[in-house]
Design a protein around this ligand. Structure first.
Ligand code: FES
Length: 79
């Protein structure tokens, strides 16, 4: 498995809407962080779906090294 690109070493705070799906960029190359823009094509990565259960702020991982799905788990501070 190749290493993802570190888009930024901090999470992206995004206001999400209940019932909506969001596609988190896993490769780190998207120009529309933290979401997929198709830049993963030709790599080992595919975007990961996040389905919002309620309205609110979600902290999507920006370093792409989180072990907590698509959400920031603090791993960025050790990179
Ligand atoms: S931004 Fe990746 S773990 Fe925090």
């Amino acid at each position: 498995m190749s290493e993802p690109v570190i888009a930024q070493k901090s999470p992206f705070a995004v206001e999400v809407e209940a019932g909506k799906s969001y596609w988190w960029c896993a490769c780190g190359k998207s120009a529309g962080q933290p979401f997929c823009d198709g830049s993963h094509k030709g790599s080992d990565f595919t975007p990961v779906e996040y389905k919002a259960e309620q309205d609110g702020t979600v902290y999507f991982c920006g370093c792409k090294h989180t072990k907590n799905g698509v959400l920031c788990d603090g791993t960025h501070s050790s990179l």
